[in-house]
Design a protein around this ligand. Structure first.
Ligand code: GLC
Ligand code: CA
Length: 570
């Protein structure tokens, strides 16, 4: 694998609306982000990915863009982005933005013009399609947020003409089959890269290729609504590589830009094309843990993941990656519940177990992306009513659960586990009002646990989750271990021992052991190696300085409940 500038970095995702509000309107903004750059720098972050802050009606919180060349006034102005780029550069930091080009907003000029004249040039920027003879939609695909992917073209409701939206009806899909549309997209990407962006995170990109013609691809229904999940058609949509390859050559490659794809379900044999040498993207997120247990019926039917499952998922991906490419690893993002609430069994979420989870994921091979608040161990919220929910996906899943016969209370509990709002509550900066996020009224409620879980309290506490993350990041950057942490192979150890997650990271002349006892009770394991130096140990308050070697008797090591150790071994 060819080495790249970004391999050894640490990345951090910001969800601008909930990060920091600088002007008291309750909405996080770009000046707010600028004012927290030093915090991020001090933590050890190099690359920052901003979720969308372009002009948007915010039907899907910015993933519905109405002007790709401008910043929504609620988040600031384009000059603020220029300033952010400058300030980041001063600190040797890199900014990524979110590339949302499977769809735009129905309020984008293109769509407005397309509806005015469906036969005209802009009509071809979208998928406008005749309904069936009986007037029903062209096929039975269900959108990701529920309901049909087809709606009548606004202004033409009495005609038998539909537009396609794989996501919300305010997110019409762009027609990538049209070369003119593709040119517009490339022009826009290059405009941003010329401005000084280091690259993009690429949203929902696997959806840009559709199985055509539409009417040929109705499928047997997978739910009582008569429709079929959108992922089904992706299996029959062939030829996405042509679009992705072209985009890569015409944009990212010219700038040596970094790109990370939001891609689900790529077949093993196709992976090298995606992120191998000269692949479509620099990297791709590993979602193996996040999709575990998912059910075709909806969130209410999903299986919870156990520590053994978690370990298996991580190892599967590490193996899948081999040595031709580099995954981007996450514990959570703005679409997922908080990792500590999901991957740590109920009732066992403590500072120590949060640190264990952090280490198990962070020490894997790949580029770590930390999601805002993860570094202080932010947790899921507890919903008491569906009226508290903002996220369109959660609202849909709640309805799905109710339709399946769950009571209000059961449905609420079921969606609470997976709601995207869990990750979108305001960042908890301090114990002051509204967690120090805003001086106004926050757009989404603050998790009441902010008085205990917040940045300020953790800064000065050596034993905090925040300082644990800081220590892990320092280890990744330490010249003595960097080669192994960044590039070393991952080799599972004690793979079949229940609730032990352990692996080596091996480079030519160094082996590190990462081992965690993923349960509350102590556990003794047979060590297949000798520990010569402990680098991190979450049972110790302080991670700096020389650390005591754990007691190993006859090759046996006893780990306390949720103890995690990173060590040099022979
Ligand atoms: C991606 C985004 C998600 C959004 C969807 C549609 O999955 O991460 O937040 O709702 O795409 O753009
Ligand atoms: Ca604001």
């Amino acid at each position: 694998m060819e080495r790249k500038w970004w391999h050894e970095k640490v990345a951090y995702q910001i969800y601008p609306k909930s990060f920091y509000d600088s002007n008291g309107d309750g909405i996080g903004d770009i000046p707010g982000i600028i004012s927290k750059l030093d915090y991020l720098k001090d933590l050890g972050v190099d690359i920052i990915w901003l979720s969308p802050c372009f002009c948007s009606p915010l039907a899907d919180q910015g993933y519905d863009i109405s002007d790709y060349y401008n910043i929504d006034p609620r988040f600031g102005a384009i000059e603020d982005i220029d300033r952010l780029l400058e300030e980041a550069k001063k600190r040797d930091m890199y900014i990524l933005m979110d590339l949302v080009v499977n769809h735009c907003s129905d309020e984008h000029e293109w769509f407005v013009k397309a509806c005015e004249d469906p036969q005209g040039e802009y009509g071809k920027f979208f998928y406008f399609e005749k309904g069936k003879e009986d007037g029903s939609a062209p096929n039975n695909w269900r959108s990701y947020f529920g309901g049909s992917v087809w709606d009548k073209i606004p202004g033409h409701e009495d005609e038998n003409m539909y537009y396609l939206h794989m996501f919300h009806k305010k997110q019409p899909d762009l027609n990538w089959e049209n070369p003119k549309l593709r040119e517009e997209v490339y022009k826009m990407i290059n405009w941003w890269l010329d401005k000084g962006l280091a690259g993009f995170r690429i949203d929902a990109i696997i959806n840009i290729k559709k199985a055509l013609p539409f009417e040929k691809y109705s499928y047997p229904a997978d739910r009582p609504d008569g429709m079929v999940m959108p992922q089904r058609m992706l299996q029959d949509a062939e030829g996405i590589g042509e679009f992705l390859g072209e985009m890569h050559r015409r944009t990212f490659k010219l700038h040596d830009a970094f790109s990370v794809g939001e891609v689900f379900n790529v077949e093993d044999e196709d992976l090298p094309e995606f992120i191998g040498e000269d692949g479509y993207f620099s990297s791709m997120f590993d979602f193996n843990e996040t999709i575990f247990g998912g059910s075709i019926n909806g969130w209410y039917d999903a299986k919870m993941i156990t520590p053994d499952d978690y370990k298996r998922c991580c190892f599967e991906s590490q193996k899948q990656m081999g040595d031709f490419g580099y995954f981007s690893n996450i514990i959570e993002n703005h679409d997922e519940p908080r990792g500590v609430s999901r991957y740590i069994p109920e009732g066992e979420c403590t500072i120590r177990s949060k640190k264990l989870l952090g280490a198990m994921n962070f020490m894997l091979k790949g580029l770590p992306f930390i999601y805002q608040g993860q570094e202080i161990g932010m947790e899921n919220v507890v919903l008491t009513s569906i009226d508290q929910v903002d996220d369109i996906s959660t609202l849909d899943e709640y309805q799905v659960a109710r339709n399946a016969g769950l009571s209000d209370e059961e449905a609420l509990k079921a969606v609470n586990r997976f709601s995207r709002d869990n990750a979108r509550t305001p960042m908890q900066w301090s114990a002051e009002d509204n967690a120090g996020f805003t001086e106004g009224t926050p757009w989404l409620y603050v998790n009441p646990n902010y008085t205990k879980i917040n940045v300020e309290a953790q800064q000065s506490d050596r034993d905090s989750v925040l300082n644990w993350y800081r220590a892990m990041i320092s280890l990744r950057k330490n010249p003595q271990y960097k080669e192994t942490v960044v590039y070393g192979d991952t080799v599972p150890v004690l793979e079949n021992v229940h609730n032990i997650m352990a692996y080596y990271r091996k480079s030519e002349d160094q082996t590190l052991l990462v081992i965690g006892n993923y349960q509350t009770g102590a556990q003794t394991v047979e060590l297949p190696c000798t520990i010569t130096k402990v680098l991190l140990d979450n049972t110790k308050a302080d991670q700096s300085g020389e650390m005591e070697l754990p007691a190993v008797k006859n090759g046996k090591l006893t780990l306390e409940g949720y103890q995690a150790i990173v060590a040099v071994v022979e």
